[in-house]
Every structure is written in C-alpha cells, then in structure tokens.
Design a protein around this ligand. Sequence first.
Ligand SMILES: *Cc1c(COP(=O)(O)O)cnc(C)c1O
Length: 571
Amino acid sequence: MQDDTTAYGERSIAYFSMEVALDPGMPTYSGGLGILAGDTIKAAADMKLPMVAVTLIHRKGYLNQKIDNEGWQTEEFADWAVDHFAQEIPVSVPITIEGRLVVVRAWVYEVKGTGGYVVPVYLLDTDIDVNNQWDRTITDHLYGGDQHYRLCQEVVLGSGGVRLLRTLGYNNLERFHMNEGHSSLLALELLDAEAGRAGRKVFTHQEVELVRKKCVFTTHTPVRSGHDQFPLDLVKAVLGRAEIFDMHEVFCCEGVLNMTYLALNLSHYVNGVAKRHGEISQLMFARYRIDSITNGVHVGRWASEFFAGLFDEHIPGWREDNFDLRYALKIPKEVIWQAHEKAKAQLIEYVNTTSNADFDASVFTIGFARRAATYKRADLLFADVERLKTIVNNVGPLQIVFAGKAHPQDVQGKEVIKRIIAAKTQLKDKVQVVYLPNYGIELAKLLIAGVDVWLNTPLPPLEASGTSGMKAALNGVPSLSVLDGWWIEGCIEGVTGWSIGNDEKTGISAEGTDGRDADSLYDKLEHVVMPTFYEQRNAFTEIMRHAIALNGSFFTAQRMLQQYVQKAYFI
Ligand SMILES: *Cc1c(COP(=O)(O)O)cnc(C)c1O
C-alpha cells in the first residue's frame, strides 16, 4: 500500500455511502446514488482531498437482469470475485445487533487519482466464520430483504464503519459525510463515543453540538420511499437499547426512527443535489436549513475514448482542471461530428450484435436509460404511437434505445418495461426500438456517447438531479428533457439542448400532466429536434459543442467537490 493510505492520521473527511460504483466488474451499486459516490471518490483522489470512504461489500451483487419475450423482467443476484478487486485488511471490529456480537471485517479498494493520490474505500463484510449463519448474510444484498435486514445493514455501515476507521488509526477525522440517510447511525456512534468518554450513555446538548459540527448530510430524493423509516420497537430490539430515544433533539418522533431526520438533526450542513431539489427539500423539511450543491460527474470516467482523445489534443489538462472543457468552443465542428460518428458506430455495432435489431448509423437515434421507476415515465414517448408514426413520415426515420433495471420488488417498474416492449411491437415496421438488458457502467458509457439525443421525462419535481444527461453532454450529446433536476440549470433552449413541457409564455416549467408533456415532447421532436438533425447538421453540431463547453465543463464532480470543500468540509 502507498504512503498516502498508511498516513491515516492525515485523513480528515470520511465519506459514507450504502452503494458505491467503483469498477464495472463490481456490482456494488444499483443506480445514480452509487455512481455519484464513485464519481465523488474519484474526483477526491484527483484533487488530493484527504478523504477515506466506507460502504458495504454486497457479495450477492445487484443484479443480473433478464427480459423475456413478453417484456417481463426476471433477475438474479450477480456473484463476483471480491478478492479479485479488493484486498482484505487484517483488522476487524465488533458491533452489537440484538444483543449479539457481530464481527465486521473489511476489504480495501484503492481509488487512484490523476496525480497518483489514493483514496481508500473500505467495503464492510460480515461473512466470517465467527458470525452466525444469518449474520453472515447481512452484507450480501444491496437494498434486499425486509426492514429488519435493512436496519441491520445500516448498523453495520454506520456503527461498524466508524469503529473500523477508529481501529485503523484514522484519528483526525473532522467531517463525516452521509451520502443519503442510510448511514445516519454513524452520527449515533459518534455521540456514543463522546458520551462514553464521560462515562455516560445518555448524551448532553454539548455533545450533540460537537457531533453536529462534524457531520454533513446530502439528501437525494423527494420520493418518500427513498427515506428509510423503522418502527421504534424494531430499532430498540436491533440496537438493544431504549434509553436514548427520549432525547427529542436527536430522535423524533411518533414511534418511528426516520433516518433522514436523524441525519438532519445531527448535521451542521445539509444539501439537496440541484438548486430545485434544494428548494423542494427545504419545503419538505421546513425546520432545517437546506442548501444545494448540484451533482456532477467524473469527466475522466465518462468521456468516451473518442472525445477523451479530442480533448487531449485540443484542451490538454482537462482531466486535472475540468473547467478547461469550456474551451471545447475552439474545437472545429467537423471534428466533433466525426468523434460522435465513431461513438455512434460503436453503439450501433453493440445493438445489432446483441439484439436482433438492424440499427442504421444514419438514422436519428434517441437514448433513454435509467432505473425503471414509474416517476421517470420511460414510456411517455409512446403515449401516442400513431403520432410517433406520423412524425417519422413527416420528418425522417427514428430509432430508440432503452435500458434500465427495475428493483426486484417494484412490480410497477417492471410493468413500465413491459409497456415499452409492447410499443416496440406496435411500432415494428416504422420505428426500431430496442431494450438492452443489464444497464450498468459499461452500457451507460456506450449509450450516453452513442445516441444523438438523450431523453429524460421525469414527473417534476421528483428527479432530484439526474446525472446521465451530464455524461451525455460531456460527449456532445444534447438533452431533450423535462425541466426538472439539473436540467433546469443546464438547459439553454436551442443552445445546449431542448426542454419538454415548459410554458413558452411564462418560462415556468409546468408540473404538467402526462398528456401535456407527451404533446410537448412530440411537438419538439417534429418541429425542432429532428428537423435540426436532418436538415441543419451545422446547427445541430453547434448545439453539441455548446453541450460540452457550457454543461460538460460545469456539471463535473470536481466542481461539486470544490463546493463541498467551501461550504461543508473545511469551514
Ligand atoms: C449515470 C447512471 C445512473 C444515473 O443516471 P440518472 O440520470 O440519474 O438516471 C444510473 N445508472 C447508471 C448505470 C449510470 O451510469
């Protein structure tokens, strides 16, 4: 191991996340939250931020997806070879669950930055002989099992994580960043440590203030099911203690432990993940002060080989200082188009060899890929298939590529996939549609760079940020999207891409109905986006260039972390 990682005492920021996407071979993430965590850690390593990260190992990885002929998703967990990617460390820590001793060990995965600096990520693991059979499975399934299973996982992450860092010798941690509420129990562990020093179990107000100074909390969704709540009886049984819950400064209320409120109560800085999401969260949690830091993506990870090559040639230094991507403005348009053609050819090759489709590189191609959750409305484009056929007759051919996994227990999400497959059959002779299985890091890379337009149709205000459109922008692919999340900040109409469903007269995004948003989507496609693509290639390429220069340069994990440094880490 490098000196950087053995100098434990120099690390001051601990970043906790239930999921982290580190390597395409490690299925330790489900979607945007994990990708963001991975991008954050990579950017921290580039910036030589004194960070260390903690997550769970998720041995039975998330998720091999199969889609049958009727469009129904089935899934299996994805086994992976832990020791192929991570190194076991010779340290383990005890925690208590339901009065039992559970031993937690860890593996380390080293994220190396552009300058060689390493941020270690510790993956916690309860699969050891000394634990009983059930306890050995606690760190197996990301978002698996029932509430009891989830709570046990959160005890491992929060308490186990803090104890591990302490045991390893990270003695100067000044900030604990909770990436979503799953890790809030870390704050309780810090409180216990403070009270324990004074020989008490119950905390004082001063101790709460002390812990608050150390904690930072990022909330990631306005969707209710994204905020874990556990019945107090369950919590008391699992944590094996009852006395602390009377302290309303820390815990509230009405028979449940809400992990979001626990994090809110114990953090000095709280943020949403885009401007609009900050405002929505402020309305949801009126008693707290909620700021916002808009998400960003790691440019080295998400620039396709073709665009990375262009940037290396025209903007050397872009990986170290991402703002330099602004100077994409000086890259000749033809060269940008050629790089796009190569990325598109790569995607189309993949589509045609893995499915029985016959995609054509000269045809306008729309991409849509995200978790198959209902609020994302993946099938909005098929609200009126006849209208879609008319557009193709009037303007030119169209092909569409979809991808995305539904959570195994999300029947409605699975039904969205089914409806897309049904529409594919209806459109067969007019519009080619494919649904590619197993959306993950690798497939995302192909898609975001290889399509002509990146489509997003969430129901506002439920898309907290969204990051796939940022990855697309970096590769010169403009978004066509409902004004929600990051796109409210990123959209300059006709310059960086196009909006769906905003009221042209007031300029205010309507929290529209499906019908109204679908109409707007069809209108934009027929009268603006597709004509520009087919008849004004020069203008289309100019929009691509602006997507890179204005959005690719700003919506980066590096800028995001600089804001965390200024607002949350070092103040
Ligand atoms: C970027 C990414 C996401 C998140 O994208 P959204 O726009 O937030 O939906 C999810 N999954 C994968 C594999 C990604 O690469």
